[in-house]
Design a protein around this ligand. Structure first.
Ligand code: IMP
Length: 194
């Protein structure tokens, strides 16, 4: 079976491919010739995930899924949350976002945070949602070179390495998106028509 991941993000594509292994062939937007920026204007994670998946389904008529992820920091009342990508401004870099987060949390002792991912799957015209979450804390200085986004400052509970210090495989085994994708894979494995 082939499934389109409605993303331009190569890191996310590789993560999903690693989890899907040989069961499902994951393609991304580039593979179907979609180079436009997909609107992401909802104010919730499920809203954005559905918006992206519906856009691809309507324009390309394919079975597809989209994800939306937010980093929720306890002491910041859940920010940056659904605005994690643009936390430091409209065209900011991953580093700008990390810098802003570390600035805002300077001196704070409560460093609790979690990543949440919502995946919207559209299969034969029907919509399904899957969620994944990982809890941890934001460290004071960045560590590691792998991954992307807030990975260098996120220390998952039970580990002494940040996501950016882990291999892709190890991050996938505990991450928010890894958990959500595995839920979707389990659903697909049990789905009659596949
Ligand atoms: P997106 O809208 O799902 O792409 O996620 C929003 C933002 O959250 C991204 O721009 C990243 O800054 C951050 N993010 C998403 N997934 C991850 C992850 O696995 N690790 C670290 N940061 C992430």
């Amino acid at each position: 079976m082939e499934l389109i991941f409605a993303t331009h993000n190569q890191h996310k594509t590789e993560e999903a491919r690693e989890i899907a292994a040989s069961f499902i062939q994951i393609k991304n937007l580039k593979d179907i010739g979609c180079f436009e920026e997909i609107p992401e204007t909802a104010d919730t994670l499920p809203g954005n995930a559905l918006q992206k998946a519906r856009y691809v389904q309507e324009h390309f008529h394919v079975n597809c899924f989209a994800d939306d992820t937010g980093l929720e920091v306890e002491v910041l009342d859940g920010r940056p949350g659904v605005y994690s990508a643009r936390y430091a401004g409209e065209h900011c870099s991953y580093q700008d976002n990390v810098d802003k987060l570390l600035r805002e949390m300077k001196g704070m002792t409560n460093r609790r945070a979690c990543f949440k991912t919502v995946i919207a799957l559209i299969l034969d015209g029907k919509e399904y949602l899957f969620e994944g979450r990982v809890d941890g804390r934001i460290i004071e200085d960045q560590r590691g070179m792998s991954g992307f986004g807030y990975d260098p400052v996120f220390l998952p509970d039970g580990f002494d390495r940040t996501f950016a210090e882990m291999s892709e495989e190890e991050k996938n085994s505990i991450s928010h998106r890894g958990r959500a994708i595995r839920k979707m894979m389990d659903f697909l494995k049990n789905h009659k028509n596949i």
